[in-house]
Design a protein around this ligand. Structure first.
Ligand SMILES: *Cc1c(COP(=O)(O)O)cnc(C)c1O
Length: 417
């Protein structure tokens, strides 16, 4: 097998810089991506956060507290499951990293409890978070309940109406929910409101961001907290399969579960890394969320990365059957790794993702989240390209939350009623 050649980005930054810890640089850049594009009023809060986060990550006591919560409360390490019947069906050796078995049903909890511990360490009186479909809101509310920190979750009015069960969960977990009635009344408006709140009290309030996006230091911090997925999976493959996988496949929304599983493999040139975005229903604006594959460079939510924008720089609407992938941006580290060629990005449409979900459910007894089903479908395609290969799939979450959506699709297709 040939080694994967990676080049340098336009400004000369390389994979070696990343692996040696020289990226993000002191301006928070991964090559030409990342940085801090926020109002002056937020700069002090971000600098405080960067100092606090760097100290915490370097402190063995903080790492021990984090690992303790990951073990006793989140339920880590999550299993690595050999998918025997999917392997037969797809003609490759398929292994699943089971983040669906983490507490609250997805990888998001790793980041939420890590940042909640950081908030406590930095002396914050309260935590705020934003949420779209509600998954990150639930994870944040749970982590804050665990540590006894008051939590406020900003959620667009439109999303809140669509996501009753997650609203109930957040209520039970003791979070205050603020329904946002401004702007588009969805995730983008909720982020704006959360930032406004943060500016008004940058020292007493901790902003718990949910993916590997946003201004520096969030993309780096979230990756550090999620990298446990890849460390466990790499060690697990060496132990259970006695080899590294030929390929690792993960779904990419903002990019946190993907960077989390990929990071441990970046320095293994023989391991192909494939990020799968939401192909939605087509390749036109408003039909997909394939940001790394089809996006162009620009600034969104505080950092420079690839995003879906028109020729006037207007951020465009996205579509995906899976709410967690329905985001017009992608984390800056992904944009960099795409540019230098270390990670390949592709997209899977709604129908193909749903088919992979059904196949995984009926052949493995596991109902994956619709987001994770995109990664499974990507692995199926990779198995066609590389018959017999050993493929590790990041199963980012469980699908219970998606049953209503699947019902709706069936009704549209006329299979029921
Ligand atoms: C939120 C979510 C995602 C997408 O978020 P990333 O930050 O890209 O990982 C993927 N899978 C599941 C199950 C999710 O809940």
């Amino acid at each position: 097998m040939s080694e994967i050649e990676t080049g340098a980005g336009p400004d000369g930054a390389t994979l070696e810089d990343l692996l040696a810890g020289r990226l993000p640089d002191e301006r928070g850049r991964f090559g030409e991506y990342g940085g801090r594009f926020v109002p002056e009023t937020l700069m002090p809060a971000l600098s405080l956060l960067e100092i606090g986060a760097r100290e915490a990550i370097a402190d063995p006591a903080f790492r021990a507290a984090f690992e303790g919560e990951l073990g006793d409360w989140v339920g880590r390490p999550t299993p690595l499951t050999r998918a025997i019947r999917l392997s037969e069906a797809w003609g490759a050796e398929i292994w699943l990293k089971r983040e669906d078995l983490a507490h609250t049903g997805a990888h998001k909890i790793n980041n939420a409890i890590g940042q909640a511990l950081l908030a406590r360490r930095m002396g914050a009186r309260r935590v705020i978070a934003e949420t779209g479909a509600g998954q990150h809101g639930v994870a944040s509310a749970a982590a804050c309940a665990r540590l006894g920190i008051p939590c406020t979750v900003y959620m667009g009015e439109v999303d809140a109406a669509r996501q009753r069960p997650n609203l109930q969960r957040m209520n039970l977990l003791g979070a205050e929910i603020v329904q946002v009635t401004s702007g588009d009344r969805t995730l983008r408006a909720a982020i704006d409101e959360a930032l406004r709140d943060w500016v008004s009290d940058p020292e007493g309030t901790y902003y718990l961001l949910g993916s590997a996006v946003g201004p520096h230091p969030y993309p780096w911090l979230v990756r550090e907290l999620q990298a446990v997925i890849g460390r466990e999976a790499r060690a697990g493959m060496l132990e259970a399969a006695a080899c590294l996988p030929d390929g690792v496949v993960a779904c990419v929304g903002g990019g946190s579960n993907a960077i989390g599983i990929f990071h441990a493999f970046l320095g293994d040139p023989e391991v192909e890394l494939l990020g799968i975005e939401a192909g939605g229903s087509g390749t036109g604006f408003g039909e997909h969320a394939a940001t790394a594959s089809l996006g162009t460079a620009g600034v969104l939510h505080g950092s420079r990365s690839l995003l879906l924008q028109d020729e006037f720089g207007q951020v465009r609407d996205t579509h995906s059957v899976s709410a967690g992938l329905d985001y017009p941006g992608v984390g800056p580290e992904h944009a960099f790794l795409s540019d230098i060629g270390r990670i390949r990005y592709g997209s899977i449409g709604d129908d193909e993702a749903v088919a992979a979900l059904e196949e995984c459910a009926s052949l493995e007894g596991i109902i994956p989240a619709l987001e994770s089903a995109h990664a499974l479908a990507g692995a199926k395609r990779l198995a066609d390209e590389r018959p017999g290969a050993t493929l590790l799939v990041g199963l980012s979450g469980r699908g219970d939350k998606d049953l209503g959506i699947l019902d709706g699709l069936r009704e549209v297709a006329g299979e029921s009623q």
